[in-house]
Ligand binder design. Structure first.
Ligand code: FMN
Length: 326
């Protein structure tokens, strides 16, 4: 049996049937239920015609376009589809390479959750992450944290950038939480009104590396270890760490020393001069961008997982906005 000629996309289907185990083929080829939607999709495409324009002399043809700020070679994206390793050991990695070579975006299915970092690193080309909200909300938040970290690694790719030590700034901003809920408490800087604090670690070039919410009355020093841990996940090394006196404690300084970080944290009662003033605007910008998300600014959500997910998503969008004009 010779290799059939491939002329249209549909021509792949009989070929796939020949090489894939029957159950795998049926999974990829089949639709849900009685396949009404599958049939309806095919029918709907038939309503559309690509009308050739005759005698326009339009050569060379340039089908390139821009989608949500990303330039692509032609107006087709790779749809998110699940469990690609069932078809081939290279699975999503091969699809990422093919999409990059074709000059388009791969939308990566949430089902690649377990190895999303490897898919992100498979090429430098832009990819989109398809976000399923799992029944286990904690798992969804973890997925967002990992997408956030993978995105930072992509932004800072290249041996030089990856090896360089980063300067980071830690700060927080607080919002009111009129209706209470988890992670709220009397805000000492807002006449004890219920509120939440968002703590953020920002690189000196403005990239938010990690963010964590807490009740407004939790002392900043308590959040420091977790923030540092999260930042270290994405930075090879941190050179200097700037923070105001609220984050100062002997333990936090010790943590920095253990990681070879120079802590430029003002001690309470000390005169200014830690250097924070010169870099503070970077973290102020990040805070403002995070609060541009109204569900963070007016805290009506009640659950920790939701707040954490919104905060992480806001960080992801801040970084994505730097990559594209979107
Ligand atoms: C085998 C298979 C797996 C899919 N997995 C996902 C998925 O994980 N996430 C998702 O959003 N869509 C998924 N889809 C839907 C596709 O992204 C796409 O919307 C759908 O197949 C319609 O496009 P098509 O006509 O090009 O097949 C899947 C589709 C197929 C056939």
């Amino acid at each position: 049996m010779g290799t059939p000629k491939i002329i249209t996309v549909d021509d792949y289907e009989p070929l796939a049937k020949r090489v894939l185990p029957a159950d795998v083929f049926d999974y990829y080829a089949g639709g849900a239920g009685d396949e009404w939607t599958l049939a309806e999709n095919r029918r709907a495409f038939e309503d559309w015609v690509i009308r050739p324009r005759m005698l326009t002399g339009a050569w060379p043809v340039d089908p390139s376009t821009r989608i949500l700020g990303t330039d692509i070679a032609f107006p087709v994206l790779v749809a998110p589809w699940a469990y690609q390793r069932r078809a081939h050991a290279d699975g999503e990695y091969a699809t990422a390479r093919a999409a990059a070579r074709a000059g388009t975006v791969m939308v990566v299915s949430s089902t690649a959750f377990e190895y999303l970092e490897e898919v992100a690193a498979a090429t430098d080309a832009p990819k989109w992450w398809q976000l399923y909200v799992f029944t286990d909300r904690g798992e969804t938040v973890e997925m967002l944290h990992r997408v956030h970290a993978a995105l930072i690694r992509m932004v800072r790719s290249g041996p030089e950038a990856a090896a360089a030590a980063w300067d980071v700034i830690i700060d927080s901003c607080s919002v009111r939480a009129k209706h209470g809920g988890e992670l709220t408490g009397p805000n000492p800087t807002d006449r004890a009104k219920r509120g939440t604090k968002y703590h953020v670690v920002v690189a000196s070039d403005g990239i938010p590396l990690a963010a964590l919410p807490s009740a407004a009355n939790v002392h900043d020093t308590m959040l420091f270890p977790a923030l540092l841990r999260r930042a270290l996940v994405v930075c090879t090394a941190i050179a200097r760490l700037y923070a105001d006196a609220a984050y100062h404690s002997a333990e936090n300084r010790k943590l920095c020393a253990a990681e070879g970080i120079l802590p430029l944290i003002r001690e309470r009662g000390e005169p200014h001069g830690s250097g924070l003033g010169t870099v503070r605007c970077v973290v102020e910008h990040a805070n403002a961008w995070l609060l541009a998300n109204k569900r963070l600014d007016r805290r009506n959500d009640r659950l920790t997982n939701i707040i954490d997910a919104l905060l992480t998503t806001a960080c992801i969008f801040v970084i994505a906005n730097r990559l594209t004009d979107y």
